[in-house]
Design a protein around this ligand. Sequence first.
Ligand code: FE
Ligand code: FE
Length: 277
Amino acid sequence: MGDNKFNLYNIKLLMINPDKFRNYTNDLPDVIECYKDQRKYQSLDFYDYAINKYCKFERKASFWELFDKLSTFVDLSDPDTNLSNHQHLYQTAEAIRNDGLPEWMQIVGLIHDLGKLIYVMGNDQDGTSMKKQWGIVGDTFILGCQIPEEIVYPEFNKLNQHYNQTKLGIYQENCGFDKLKCSFGHDEYLYRMLKFNKIPLPDEAYYIIRYHSLYLWHSYNQYTYFENETDKKMKPWVSKFQKYDLYTKSPKKVNEKDAKKYYDNLIKKYFPTIIYY
Ligand code: FE
Ligand code: FE
């Protein structure tokens, strides 16, 4: 009982004080190191290498087997929560469900970070392990062009291979996001994995999954010079989702057993029994 009270109090505090999130000023060493490495090693070459290596989808598992791979994964780039990603996914989905949003969006809440399972086939050198996560997590950015100073830890921008590129770099103005190469991680991996498995989610869902870590765009309004009409139309969905992703990182735990019963029915509607990953 006392525990519950404490949790509710904390959630209220978090809800009225959104500045408490994404606060990087406490200089958490893991967070800093992850971002420094990410800026240093994410490049056009790494992108091609990672897509080729991690997006072959030759392994098979059921949805819940994949989901359970996240139960022990803690995101090193995230200063807001030290709960496992399992809980974070349930919390995001439940908040979306509580607001009466459509089933496909609830599913996006439940699966949006599922791509972090890259770590089961990863290694330290690629930044795709439990210990080294710069190839899995962190805010993403576009490769092959200037990185906007609005990014978290802009002082690391000069470590990037494309630091001397122009604003547009290798791209054309308004070419559309589909033409861009975004730093590789759980967003791009899951996007491709769902496409490969032909999961019948709407375009909005695919879009949210692919760009939810591109804070520079959906929260800091950068990269608008690459947008085409589709990107402009999709952006409000990504912003809407972002609020659930962030403000649900609360200490109040979702009862996973109860939640699983509900989501299992949803998953059966959209996913086959065997998924390639
Ligand atoms: Fe994420
Ligand atoms: Fe998330």
